[in-house]
Design a protein around this ligand. Structure first.
Ligand SMILES: NC(=O)c1ccc[n+]([C@@H]2O[C@H](COP(=O)([O-])OP(=O)(O)OC[C@H]3O[C@@H](n4cnc5c(N)ncnc54)[C@H](O)[C@@H]3O)[C@@H](O)[C@H]2O)c1
Ligand SMILES: [Zn+2]
Length: 364
């Protein structure tokens, strides 16, 4: 088991990564929750029962009193309506300040549970037990919690760090392969922004990772968590600019997602395309070498992530419009996180529309 510490203004919390951790959750959480307190496990029926059962057993053995709460399946679980249903269940079950919540599932479950924990009685403890690769390498770390509203995604939320994050790579054995591949785009992202050794490991162990080898998964989840933990510990509230490097591939990626109306591609697939565009832009302005661009392309292809916009039926203009519109809403200029080398990026602003359009065009 690897332990990574995250510093937050409120407390320091551990991220544990390894195999067989669901069985140890009760013992691990004893230090963070009150003895014998009530614990509501928030999850979805799409999280396989085998994981729910082993968590339940372990929490009961540690003396906690367990209630399960099932969110509906899908992104619909992350709405204000579902937030208030969850809060109502906490009230109905008489949860008090000393009781706790546990999120067992992907980023959707983690985001709404963390926000409910921030609101309920002005704040109760909670832990994240992420069971998707995306949640293990990204959403469970950093304390961002939120629900979606009719106006857009993640617009109502809070910074609310968990007491602990427990990432058991065994849970990934049941994850659909498309979800695994898509989240690998985020792992590639960490390699590019901060860790040439992680990038190299991905290049050399593609097959092992895709076949869900546990030690390979532990290595990439722990390395990714360490990088995100470092960034959010230094820039918890996104005020110093550093947290922005986590958006590598996301400016163009959001453009692609938006232009597709959030259909056809899942998030990580759009991020893969976004990283290709960012590298193309970096190459054109002379920030990175052709070798950097080619290595990234080869790796994205090796994980069978999309490398072209060709069959998606979108125009470069539409993608650019979504990117520009998103920025206008935030009253900012378009800024791009661009690679300089494998393991180093810089933030560039002031790229004009025609330069961005040409970059997008190069993938059509
Ligand atoms: N808070 C943050 O910093 C942050 C960062 C990135 C993304 N997010 C959010 O994360 C969400 C996406 O998260 P996600 O990609 O994990 O999606 P998700 O939570 O929808 O999970 C995908 C699906 O897999 C199921 N599932 C979970 N674990 C499984 C397992 N082990 N085996 C089989 N199926 C399993 C889920 O129930 C769900 O149906 C978005 O809402 C996004 O906004 C938040
Ligand atoms: Zn992302």
């Amino acid at each position: 088991m690897q332990t990574i510490k995250v510093k937050s203004l409120r407390h320091i919390y551990p991220i544990w990564v390894g195999s067989g951790l669901l069985r140890r959750c009760g013992a691990l959480l004893k230090k963070f929750f009150e003895p014998r307190c009530r614990v509501m496990v928030v999850t979805q029926k799409t999280v396989p029962a085998v994981h729910r059962n082993s968590l339940e057993k372990s929490l009961r053995e540690a003396g906690f009193q367990i209630t399960f709460y099932y969110l509906p399946n899908g992104e619909i679980a992350k709405t204000e309506k579902e937030l208030f249903c969850l809060v109502a269940a906490l009230l109905k079950n008489g949860f008090e300040r000393g009781d706790a919540l546990v999120a067992l599932g992907g980023g959707i479950t983690g985001d709404i549970t963390g926000f409910a924990a921030a609101c309920y009685l002005r704040g109760i403890r909670y832990a994240q037990i992420p069971t998707t690769l995306l949640a293990q390498v990204d959403s469970s770390i950093g304390g961002k919690t939120a629900v979606n509203t009719a106006q857009g995604k993640n617009l109502v939320g809070a910074f609310n760090p968990p007491r602990a994050v427990i990432s058991d790579v065994d849970t990934l054995q049941t994850l659909p392969v498309r979800e695994l591949r898509a989240a690998l785009a985020e792992v590639i992202k960490y390699g590019i922004i901060a860790d040439p050794k992680l990038f190299q490991f991905l290049e050399k162990n593609t097959k092992k990772i895709l076949s869900k080898n546990k030690s390979a998964l532990t290595r990439i989840v722990a390395d990714s968590a360490r990088i995100k933990a470092g960034v959010v510990s230094r820039d918890e509230f996104e005020t110093k600019g550093e947290r922005m490097i986590l958006n590598y591939g996301h400016t163009f990626g959001h453009g692609v997602e938006g232009a597709l109306g959030y259909k056809k591609l899942v998030h990580g697939e759009a991020v893969a395309l976004g990283m290709l565009m960012a590298a193309e832009m970096a190459l054109r302005v002379g920030l990175c070498s052709g070798e950097v661009q080619q290595r990234q392309l080869k790796l994205i292809r090796a994980f069978d992530l999309p490398v072209s916009l060709e069959k998606l039926g979108m125009s470069a203009k539409k993608i650019y419009q979504v990117m520009a519109h998103d920025k206008k809403k935030k009253s900012g200029k378009l800024r791009f996180v661009l690679p300089e080398a494998i393991g180093r990026v810089s933030i560039v602003s002031g790229a004009d529309e025609s330069a961005a359009l040409e970059v997008i065009q190069s993938l059509l």
